[in-house]
Design a protein around this ligand. Structure first.
Ligand SMILES: [Zn+2]
Ligand SMILES: [Zn+2]
Length: 252
């Protein structure tokens, strides 16, 4: 059963008490991928690995995380051959490019901006990322496992019901994934649990952030922080997901 491979790490993520178990998983998988790409195993020295990173490239977000990870030589190796690949692709794009004759009407039409071959090539490069694509594969497996356990495992279901819910970003993914993984009656009970869970936990975050504002009032300077000490970090994560719990990824 392929789901069983992910059962333990998914349960660990749910038990971790994070604002979102999928953020927790994402951080662990990203850490592993950054360790693989830039860590002490020095896979950036291996031509076959670099052939894959040259081909896929990295998105803006992951370049930032690679820079913050802080292996200058590793990043230099990766960029060195990636540049060679990009420059040769770019020259090829340039040599085939013919500026489209834009009609008078096109100049007034925003849609016409989508048809430029160079623009499309650059967008394709921006959407291609070695780390994102590896994460996407793993993430799909975790989604499968989530619904497998949701249906089979009463204890797992209880933990979700009594947990902190999900970040809005991953909750959207979860709802989309449920369409193909649950029957109509299963969907009813899924949303019956999820909607109040999300409402209650978003309200909890709103309260934590509001109390932080109050704490800045001099009359509250000796008052207890309650749960507001890290309310900004958790509050941002709850809305967008993925925020590193302890700052940038560093070599393990
Ligand atoms: Zn999340
Ligand atoms: Zn990426």
């Amino acid at each position: 059963m392929k789901e069983q491979l992910y059962t333990i790490p998914l349960n660990d993520a749910v038990n971790a008490g994070d604002e979102c178990p999928f953020c927790f998983i994402e951080r662990n998988v990203e850490q592993d991928l950054l360790d693989f790409v830039l860590g002490s195993g020095s896979s950036y020295m291996e031509a076959d690995i670099r052939e894959m990173t040259d081909k896929a490239g990295f998105c803006r977000q992951h370049f930032q995380k690679m820079f913050d990870y802080g292996n200058t030589l590793g990043n230099a190796w990766i960029l060195k051959t990636h540049y060679q690949k990009i420059i040769s692709e770019m020259k090829n794009e340039f040599s085939h490019f013919r500026p489209g004759k834009s009609s008078f009407k096109d100049k007034f039409r925003k849609a016409a901006e989508g048809g430029n071959a160079i623009g499309m090539w650059v967008k394709e490069k921006e959407n291609s990322c070695y780390i994102c694509s590896h994460f996407a594969d793993t993430y799909t497996r975790y989604m499968d496992t989530f619904f497998y356990l949701w249906k089979q495992d009463e204890e797992f279901r209880k933990k979700i019901e009594n947990g902190k819910g999900f970040c809005l970003h991953h909750f959207g993914d979860l709802c989309e994934a449920s369409d193909s993984r649950l029957s109509n009656s299963e969907k009813d009970s899924f949303y019956h649990t999820m909607f109040p869970l999300m409402e209650n936990n978003m309200a909890r975050l709103a309260e934590d952030v509001a109390w932080m504002v109050e704490k800045f009032d001099y009359r509250n300077k000796d008052a207890d922080w309650k749960n507001s000490r890290d309310a900004i970090q958790r509050g941002m994560q709850k809305l967008k997901g993925g925020y590193p719990a302890d700052g940038p990824y560093k070599p393990k």
